[in-house]
Design a binder for this molecule. Structure first.
Ligand SMILES: [Ca+2]
Length: 463
């Protein structure tokens, strides 16, 4: 402040006026004085911004932000391109068809299942082939601008001018997996199942990768996920069921059969009032089902208007219900329970959900724990950072989020947890991490049940 005053005093005009002011003269108009002061300050600011940054300073801070990946040193682009040209020279007229693209993908040092994105990016989907010139021009540009697999993959799949991936961007890539992966060969004669399988995989990709919930997967999100590693594994693993994070056919089958059973029971329309009657979710409270149908965690806008859950939204619901330990699942249920959306679960919100649990227990002739006691237990379990306020962070940190959520809206699982020895729960949590996830366990069990049911049906029909 003192410095500023000194420099102001150096302006000759101002100095005169300041001197007059100091002598008690009041003929200096305040507005004129202010105007002059402003002009002086602006002049100073301009001088400051025009000051050149010394080269020593700019050189000493290395670049640390690489949205397109960190550029590789000594990348021999011409060498890579000549390898691709050599592959193309084997094809008639130096044009590659979709069948040739596996070889082209390998020449580009990409995973095999990048072949359709590579083909389409050079216009192959429109013309039926790609020419060497067009492909090389596109690939050269990608090598120059995209420096890692994540940014290349986004560039290949995204719509022009977009630096993120939306759900429909994955369709051609996944259709190719269905068409050409040996583990899915049996689907050739069942085209009706293609789109269902593809929808399921897309939902699982967004569930695991799109951590921002925006519906747009960024390079950064893709880089942080294990999706591209799974795409790479597709090439080595003949059994897609081993790839349980995204591509498992068995997992798709379990989800789809659950959905079919539900919609068949509800005469094709899954109405909110009927939903709780169904066997699978009879354990989930009506209040929670209403929250899901309110549009809090669903993408399809019709859910609220028509009271119908789309298949895509059902995938999210089932995975969240059967595995309440993952970050996405914790966020899913937290959003549902946070009625006023302020980022904190208040005592009021907890009591709102617990009321229905008490009614259900009463109906089962089980004496419920008073809310205050239940609250003490839960606060002890979650140990929130700020007393009495449960945040998303608290739930993610506590590792017992599944017990917390089931206490408030899944009566069957709540009773299951109640019967367990508390020490065994702690042991389970401690050994968690290396073991299979709750979702994987559920999907494997359900698949076995479905297969057994089918076998029993066949036997019945044979007799
Ligand atoms: Ca709240």
């Amino acid at each position: 402040m003192r410095m500023k005053e000194l420099s102001l005093r150096q302006d000759p005009d101002l100095r005169k006026e300041l001197a007059l002011l100091a002598r008690g003269c009041d003929f200096v108009l305040p507005s004129r004085f202010k105007k002059r002061l402003k002009a002086f300050q602006q002049g100073q600011a301009q001088v400051r911004t025009e000051e050149p940054i010394t080269s020593a300073l700019s050189e000493s801070i290395p670049k640390f932000y690489f949205p397109q990946g960190r550029p590789q040193a000594n990348l021999n682009i011409d060498g890579l391109i000549s390898k691709i040209e050599k592959i193309f020279s084997q094809f008639p007229n130096e044009r590659a068809t979709i069948e040739d693209m596996g070889q082209v993908a390998k020449a580009c040092e990409c995973p095999l299942f990048w072949k359709v994105p590579l083909f389409n990016s050079a216009g192959g989907d429109r013309t039926g082939f790609v020419s060497v010139h067009k492909f090389v021009a596109i690939w050269r540009k990608i090598l120059q601008t995209c420096h890692d697999d994540a940014s290349k993959f986004v560039h290949l799949l995204a719509k022009p001018g977009c630096n993120y991936l939306e759900q429909d961007d994955f369709i051609p890539f996944l259709q190719d997996v269905v068409n050409s992966h040996p583990g899915l060969a049996f689907l050739k004669d069942a085209p009706d199942f293609h789109s269902r399988y593809i929808t399921t995989v897309i939902q699982r990709i967004f569930y695991n990768v799109n951590r921002s919930w925006t519906g747009k997967i960024s390079c950064h999100e893709l880089r942080k996920s294990n999706f591209l590693q799974n795409v790479m594994l597709l090439e080595q693993e003949e059994d897609v069921n081993q790839l349980t994070d995204f591509f498992s056919y068995e997992h798709f089958y379990v989800i789809y059969c659950k959905f079919r059973k539900m919609t068949m029971l509800s005469l094709k329309v899954w109405i909110v009032n009927n939903i709780s009657r169904f066997f699978m979710i009879s354990a989930i409270s009506q209040k929670m089902i209403e929250r899901i149908f309110s549009g809090t965690v669903t993408r399809d806008r019709r859910v609220y208007k028509e009271g119908r859950l789309s298949y895509g939204d059902f995938v999210w619901f089932l995975i969240s219900e059967e595995d309440k330990k993952t970050d996405t699942s914790i966020e899913y249920w937290f959003r549902c329970m946070d009625l006023n959306g302020d980022g904190v679960l208040s005592m009021y919100e907890l009591e709102y959900f617990y009321e229905e649990q008490c009614q259900k227990l009463d109906a089962m002739a089980i004496e419920p724990l008073p809310f205050e006691d239940c609250l003490c237990q839960m606060l002890d379990l979650v140990k929130p950072e700020v007393e009495g306020k449960i945040t998303l962070r608290d739930l993610k940190r506590c590792k017992l989020s599944h017990i917390f959520f089931d206490t408030f809206f899944n009566i069957e699982k709540y009773l299951d947890h109640e019967q367990k020895d508390p020490f065994s729960v702690v042991r389970e949590v401690e050994t968690d991490g290396q073991e299979v996830s709750d979702w994987d366990k559920y999907a494997a069990d359900e698949y076995d049940t479905l297969v057994a049911e089918e076998a029993a049906n066949e036997q019945y029909n044979d007799v």
